[in-house]
Design a binder for this molecule. Structure first.
Ligand SMILES: [Zn+2]
Length: 380
């Protein structure tokens, strides 16, 4: 979604920081899953390739440091994640997305992006060490070792930088980890997969879009093909440096459910050929099919289709929590990743496969593209 960019200060209120997390047995009881599922989530690298938890603080001052139970709209749209629930679930890292209102002027988008980047950094600094920026694989490992949740700064809609003096090359080397080329609207870079693309005749990647891909490659920022129109998708694949892993961070697949938001098998293969990964979204409206499961198994159906087409080394989790989605009820809160893992166990997935999907597959890409220096502290 594209929220208004309200310039609210971060809430200064009492530091409602988590002082530990629920014992695994209690969390398992609360979720109705096995202790094994909870302990697996907490022991392994659990990384979500797309969360929008930076949107609610901008919209109404939601403080992601405090526990939020009982959101007014239930599991719908926002309020899925906060630090205590991340800790209960064992979410060791996530791509925190910065989304910029596309209907602002290019200059205003660039200014707002810079402000939001600073504000996300301020949130990390105000977390008493529970959040750490992780622009590289080494920084992720340092955050994990410190028991912090690793924040990988990401951008949804690279047109936030349209007016940046040198485009994506303007970005500091250690800031943004990945960017979707477009979001729900088409832009100077190319067409979106959403119905908004009907507004333009040429659905491909524009020359500016080609230059953007090249800039991202030069910066070693992940090129994220979520949200892009198929014609522009193939333009991006052609422009992209094949030695770098491509991502589609939050998507479904047409092999499980035909939908404009989902990727087809040829698109999956193009991502796998670069060694990249595909994160499966938790949004019911993109995943569910007539007669299909209504619970977390609908996420599994999409993951299993990806595994059938390109193997188990190229699938990941990309929930889109807090991004105006409606997840299945049993995934309705961000402390419920163990429910998805319980469904994997019930489906007979070996532990090694579960761990690949939860984090190892993405970490392989992260180590390849942005290794960083071992022992180097993440810049604050
Ligand atoms: Zn999105």
């Amino acid at each position: 979604m594209s929220p208004p960019d309200l310039q609210l200060p971060l809430p200064a209120g009492p530091a409602a920081l988590s002082v530990g997390r629920k014992p695994a047995a209690q969390h398992a009881r609360d979720l109705g899953v096995s202790v094994e599922a909870v302990e697996l989530c907490r022991a392994t690298d659990l990384i979500d390739l797309h969360i929008d938890t930076f949107i609610p603080p901008r919209l109404w001052g939601y403080d992601p440091r405090a526990r939020h139970d009982g959101w007014i709209l239930g599991r719908h749209f926002f309020g899925h994640l906060d630090l205590p629930r991340m800790r209960d679930a064992g979410l060791s890292g996530a791509m925190w997305s910065i989304t910029t209102n596309p209907f602002r002027s290019a200059d205003a988008r660039w200014r707002t992006f810079q402000t939001n980047l600073e504000r996300l950094g301020a949130l990390v600094r105000a977390s008493a060490g529970q959040l750490m920026l992780a622009p590289t694989h080494a920084a992720y490992a340092a955050a994990r070792a410190a028991g912090a949740h690793a924040v990988m700064v990401s951008v949804q809609g690279a047109n936030a930088w349209e007016a940046a003096p040198r485009g994506a090359a303007t970005l500091a080397e250690d800031s943004v980890v990945r960017a979707t080329l477009v979001h729900l609207t088409s832009s100077c870079y190319g067409a979106t997969s959403s119905p908004h693309s009907m507004l333009r005749r040429d659905k491909g990647l524009t020359p500016a879009g080609v230059a953007l891909v090249q800039q991202l490659n030069a910066q070693r920022v992940f090129v994220d093909l979520a949200h892009i129109h198929p014609a522009a998708f193939w333009g991006a694949v052609a422009a992209h440096d094949r030695s770098q892993p491509l991502l589609a961070t939050h998507t479904g697949v047409t092999g499980a459910r035909p939908h404009w938001r989902n990727l087809d098998d040829a698109q999956l293969r193009a991502i796998a050929e670069t060694g990249g990964v595909v994160g499966v979204i938790f949004a019911t409206n993109f995943l569910s099919r007539p007669g299909g499961p209504r619970d977390a198994r609908m996420v599994l159906e999409h993951m299993e289709h990806i595994i059938r087409v390109i193997g188990e080394d190229h699938v990941a989790v990309g929930s889109d929590y807090d991004g105006a989605i409606s997840p299945p009820a049993e995934l309705g809160s961000g402390d419920r990743y163990p429910v998805l893992v319980q469904r994997m166990i019930d489906a007979g997935w070996p532990t090694a496969r579960v761990e690949k999907v939860l984090g190892q597959n993405f970490l392989r890409c992260f180590a390849a593209l942005r290794p960083g220096r071992a022992g180097a502290a993440a810049p604050g």
